[in-house]
Design a binder for this molecule. Structure first.
Ligand code: HEC
Ligand code: HEC
Length: 431
């Protein structure tokens, strides 16, 4: 059958699906499709995530080699509620951490349309604003919190890619677009340098904890903890980034299937994968994380709390009108663990996104869109069964069921984590 290499012919795909139902046959077909989708004859390997222990295979910033000591320190810092020492309202002192908004149990997202740092109460989906304080006393942003899972596969960070000096930002004027890029690091390393302060955190309260002193010395033998805020924040950032680089969804069914376990995906997930890897999806969502290194406009609406006007996305960084409304192409693993979706939280379910992409009618109708929407954003003509299959692939085929392996067993302060407010303490069993 010749149509398998004609990746644009959907009728052909339907004929194929009807013909073949057994997982073995479907698996063979998927292998062919994936090989066609991988550039330079790289085959299935192109989409395989390394093990978290294969440090030499994980993409790294040359300025920040990944070491076991940094990973250990970073894992603690990422979950450390004792870092939260500068809340806007003193009442919320030492109650939240990075993992409050990026929690392992929710695919390293918050399971909320708006992540709530200091000033929030409760854990995971139950988190809400502290009703006793004004909204200005709550750490929250008017974009959806992206996942930090599989983040090693993008050099620049944030929806508009403003952080990091490599990849899409390699040009000097783009590096200069954000002050924190002066450190000349990749996005993952750059983000926490400012992110710690931005999210009301600091290291002062952990300085005297022996376990941290030891870990800082092990992670940075030539430059241990020195008690100078900027220096120490930078080291903490390097450690956090090293830990984040090991957060890989390498136990997801697709990953097991790629590594040879043909039973790891159901027939329906394989059918969905066939659609994914033979349609437009893989043009933008590619590589081991099914993410992108560039910026595309697919017409998602902005966040309902965004009162600033239009979110220009990449255009705000490059100042080029042709980049307006383009956003970083996100990774696609473990999305089922947290909703909603899109930079503006404008989709409640994964199925809604699949249906939207199938129709390709933009939510954001600004006239400026003429010529800006990606040519890959076009009707796909999937039938309802194919929509089901693609949804199943995204929901379960790409879901690593075991992300809690990335949680620490304790944190050196001994406080409750990832949250330490009274409601979370009850929900997490810390009392
Ligand atoms: C209040 C919730 C909140 C807290 C707390 C928080 N983040 Fe985030 N994080 C966000 C939001 C929102 C974004 C996206 C911002 C944007 O694109 O403008 C983000 C983006 C990121 C990104 C970039 C992801 C990508 O794919 O571009 C990384 C990495 C990250 N955060 C790590 C951290 C670390 C490390 C900490 C702790 C120092 C932290 N976050 C604390 C909400 C939070
Ligand atoms: C033209 C490039 C492009 C194509 C084609 C594309 N996507 Fe995306 N996708 C994006 C971008 C960019 C975003 C983020 C947009 C935003 O939030 O404004 C995104 C977001 C998503 C999200 C939401 C993720 C999250 O973190 O909230 C899902 C799910 C998704 N895409 C799945 C798919 C599937 C399935 C296909 C194929 C039917 C597909 N995409 C085709 C670029 C693309």
């Amino acid at each position: 059958m010749t149509c398998i290499i004609n990746i644009w012919d959907f009728n052909c795909g339907i004929a194929y699906a009807l013909k073949s139902e057994s997982t073995e046959v479907l698996s063979q077909e998927l292998k062919q499709i994936i090989k066609t989708a991988a550039p330079n004859n790289q085959g299935l390997n192109y989409f395989i995530l390394p093990e978290s222990s294969e440090l030499d295979k994980i993409p790294a910033d040359p300025q920040n080699p990944i070491t076991p000591a940094k990973i250990q320190l970073g894992q603690f810092l990422f979950h450390e509620t004792a870092l939260s020492i500068n809340p806007i309202n003193k009442k919320h002192w030492q109650q939240s951490s990075c993992a409050t908004c990026h929690l392992a149990q929710a695919g390293f997202r918050p399971n909320l349309a708006q992540g709530l740092g200091t000033g929030g109460l409760g854990w995971n989906k139950q988190r809400h604003r502290d009703p006793e304080v004004s909204p200005t006393e709550i750490d929250k942003q008017d974009v959806l919190v992206p996942s930090v899972l599989n983040g090693a596969y993008q050099e620049v960070k944030m929806w508009d890619g403003r952080l990091g000096v490599a990849g899409a930002n390699a040009k000097e004027e783009l590096i200069k677009s954000n002050d924190v890029n002066r450190y000349q690091l990749h996005g993952l390393e750059t983000q926490p340098i400012d992110g710690l302060a931005f999210h009301k955190m600091g290291l002062a309260a952990i300085a005297q904890i022996p376990e941290y002193q030891k870990l800082f010395a092990q992670a940075f033998p030539d430059r241990p903890y020195v008690g100078v805020q900027e220096e120490d924040n930078k080291r903490a950032a390097l450690a956090i980034a090293a830990y984040e680089r090991t957060l890989l969804a390498n136990q997801a069914p697709l990953q097991k299937w790629l590594k040879g376990d043909e039973k790891a995906m159901s027939a329906q997930e394989i059918k969905g994968a066939k659609i994914f890897f033979s349609s437009t999806c893989v043009q933008c969502h590619t590589g081991p994380a099914l993410s992108g290194k560039d910026f595309r406009a697919v017409g998602f609406a902005d966040h309902p709390n965004d009162f600033s006007g239009l979110n220009l996305g990449r255009g705000a960084v490059t100042k080029r009108p042709e980049d307006d409304f383009k956003f970083k192409v996100p990774q696609l693993y473990n999305l089922a663990d947290s909703s909603p979706y899109g930079h503006g939280a404008s989709f409640q379910t994964i199925r809604e996104i699949v249906e939207y992409l199938n129709k390709a009618e933009p939510q954001k109708l600004e006239a400026k869109y003429a010529g800006i929407l990606s040519p890959w954003f076009k009707p796909l003509h999937l039938n309802p069964e194919q929509v089901n299959d693609l949804t199943a692939f995204l929901e379960t085929g790409l879901r690593d069921p075991n992300l809690t392996r990335y949680l620490p067993k304790h944190i050196p302060s001994g406080l409750c984590f990832p949250n330490n407010d009274p409601e979370s303490r009850k929900q997490l069993g810390c009392n």
